[in-house]
Design a protein around this ligand. Structure first.
Ligand code: GLP
Length: 244
């Protein structure tokens, strides 16, 4: 789906999320959303907050699982994805905080494996993710699944590429403050979602979007693995779609 501006694209994505949320509510079921961070989904969250405030869209039956978190990082640190989600969405809508799951950047090192296995189990326990929202890194990462991540990977600790740390340095004082590690859902975790929407805005994403959509399915471009999913949609502005 190609839109003239990121705002129009984000609005369309918000409509898809709202449609699903309302359908699930009408059926008396909970709605399991997989959520992303970064600059890309900010417009989507702003639109969902608007739909909540102005059109009564309720999040009471939503269960949210975030893709990833830096490691280590304090939950309240300015740059933590935990804080990002509260500021951008969770504190502004009627979601039950006990239904909001984000990998824990404070978990002790020796408990990481257990924590990641629990994360997978919790997703399975609620019936899997109904809709997974994604951004894309300039190197093709989804979540923090850097190039080379296995299609079979699950939630785990990963090392960040320097290019990713550089791209995210704006959130920190500088690149040396960007953690070298992160916890992320795996590619297989993401591919198990019933529906996937990846958003990409701007020229910087154009080359990788071309590779992900039209190139080979390869673990060296993690987003290209979405070609194997039967309900994955890329939503772009014209700039991000300019090399298709
Ligand atoms: C970040 C996140 C990803 C995100 C991507 C793009 O590092 N871990 O989930 O999709 O990189 O970020 P941005 O949206 O700021 O371009």
């Amino acid at each position: 789906q190609i839109f003239s501006t990121p705002a129009e694209g984000a609005k369309w994505v918000a409509q898809q999320v709202a449609l699903l949320m309302r359908a699930k509510a009408d059926a008396g079921e909970h709605c399991v959303l997989g959520l992303a961070t970064g600059s890309t989904p900010k417009l989507l969250y702003a639109e969902l907050v608007r739909l909540h405030r102005e059109e009564g869209l309720s999040f009471r039956h939503v269960i949210a699982f975030n893709l990833d978190e830096y490691y280590p990082i304090e939950k309240d640190a300015l740059q933590s994805y935990n804080r990002f989600m509260k500021t951008q969405l969770f504190d502004k809508v009627d979601i039950d905080p006990s239904n909001c799951f984000i990998p824990d950047g404070e978990v002790p090192k020796e408990k990481i494996k257990e924590h990641c296995a629990d994360y997978e189990r919790m997703i399975a326990l609620v019936g899997g993710i109904d809709l997974q929202i994604l951004g894309i890194g300039v190197n093709g990462h989804i979540g923090f699944n850097e190039p080379g991540s296995s299609i079979h990977s699950k939630t785990r600790m990963v090392s960040l590429e320097n290019s990713t740390r550089l791209a995210n340095a704006y959130e920190f004082q500088g690149m040396s403050d960007v953690p070298r590690l992160a916890l992320t859902m795996g590619i297989s975790t993401i591919l198990k979602a019933k529906k996937i929407i990846l958003m990409g805005w701007g020229n910087t994403k154009a080359p990788v979007i071309q590779k992900a959509v039209e190139g080979d399915v390869t673990e060296s471009v993690p987003a290209s693995l979405l070609q194997t999913h039967d309900d994955a949609t890329f939503v772009m502005d014209e700039q991000a779609a300019s090399q298709l």
